[in-house]
Ligand binder design. Structure first.
Ligand code: OSB
Ligand code: MG
Length: 378
């Protein structure tokens, strides 16, 4: 039986090495919340709340995560008795929505549990692979040439597939340019819900460019329209924002709203839910891949572990830490070599927090319950 006696939350800010722009925002630095859960015997497990600052991807923000974590999630976790992270996930599930915030706590519980049981996190989740294939996600650039330079760099580094962010006005032209320059690179596009059925002619053009998938072309809840679109395209539609709950996936599968699923730990509310979504997709023959939210090293290590599960058959968005950060919050960054990331074989998360660097980047800190016995203090 495990009992959490202390919760520490830190808002940590890291500079981005390259501005990343989607249809809605451009950023030079990011703030995520690191969560450390401590047991009575002094063991600590780390998780990450990787919410964007603004409510443009989902309804959550760093501020909303901080408020919900402080007022609702930390109090639920403090004093709860559990044997397995899925039990703690059920407790956290009393909070509706707020998936990014919940994911940080669920991830910390898995880190703790796998370390205490002497198994790598990947194995604890059901993972079997020793290395996982990484792709990159490229934002909207000021010019097509700037985008081509990004693609050249990442293909040169060995990444296994390239995903391009698209939005009305930045779609057929840049995608066609990349496709012509790289006829055989596995390529896909992600619209973050920026299109409607009125854009069907554009989507039909994209359908001719040999794409692996078109990710989230329509708004998250447009599952009926997405099914109509999927029926009229040869390219698989991939769902991201549409699937926050396992029940969303049940509905999407029944309607035929897509043929591929992007599983994000944050969006699903944690590793427990991510593993369940993977199982349900596998039952229906739907391939999955692990999406990212620009995670720091803690969340990135959890993503790598998840990618080791057998149904994750497509390259992930889990690139090396250096794609976003000059220095990461873990003593060792995540590295991709020739587009492959190795899955740690040590017990637990497989990455240690870099206490001094985290302390230096901390902009706010909150300790509830007993607080940390070891680890960082700012
Ligand atoms: O839709 O996948 C997305 C980042 C912010 C918001 C939405 C998305 C993304 C990414 C980031 O594509 C991928 C990564 O973490 O490398
Ligand atoms: Mg996406």
């Amino acid at each position: 039986m495990t009992r959490i006696v202390g919760v520490e939350m830190r808002r940590v800010r890291l500079p981005l090495v390259h501005e990343f722009q989607t249809s809605s925002h451009a950023k030079r630095s990011l703030e995520h919340i690191l969560v450390a859960l401590t047991t009575a015997d002094g063991a600590t497990g780390w998780g990450e709340i990787a919410s964007p600052s603004g409510p443009f991807y989902s309804a959550e923000t760093v501020d909303s995560c901080w408020a919900v974590a402080r007022s609702h999630l930390a109090p639920l976790v403090l004093g709860a008795d559990w044997d397995h992270p899925s039990e703690l996930a059920a407790v956290l599930g009393r909070v509706r929505g707020n998936h990014f915030a919940r994911a940080g706590f669920d991830m910390a519980a898995w880190s703790l549990w796998s370390a205490q049981h002497g198994v790598p996190l990947a194995a604890a989740l059901g993972g079997t692979r020793a290395t996982v294939e990484a792709g990159v996600s490229l934002g909207i650039e000021p010019t097509v040439d700037a985008l081509l330079a990004q693609v050249a760099q990442r293909v040169g580094e060995g990444y296994r597939r390239v995903k391009l962010k698209i939005a009305p006005g930045w779609d057929v032209e840049p995608v066609r340019a990349v496709r012509s320059a790289y006829p055989s690179v596995p390529l896909h596009v992600d619209a973050n819900g920026a299109y409607t059925p009125a854009h069907l002619p554009v989507l039909r053009e994209l359908d001719t460019l040999g794409l692996l998938m078109i990710e989230q072309p329509y708004a998250p809840r447009a599952l009926v329209d997405l099914a109509g679109l999927q029926a009229s395209l040869a390219t698989p539609v991939c769902l991201d924002e549409s699937v926050e709950e396992l029940d969303d996936l049940v509905t999407a599968l029944r309607l035929g709203s897509g043929r591929i699923l992007n599983i994000k730990v944050s969006r699903m509310g944690g590793l427990t839910a991510a593993v369940r979504a993977h199982a349900l997709a596998a039952e229906h023959g739907v391939p999955v891949w692990c999406g990212g939210m620009h995670e720091f090293g803690i969340g990135r290590a959890a993503n790598v572990a998840l990618c080791a599960l057998p149904g994750f058959t497509l390259p992930s968005d889990v690139s090396g830490s250096d794609k976003y950060y000059a220095r990461d919050v873990t003593t060792e960054p995540i590295v991709a070599v020739d587009g492959l990331v190795s899955v740690p074989s040590a017990a637990g998360l497989g990455r240690e927090p870099d206490a001094d660097f985290i302390a230096a980047g901390t902009v706010d800190r909150l300790v509830l319950g007993a607080g940390p016995r070891r680890g960082c203090s700012a």
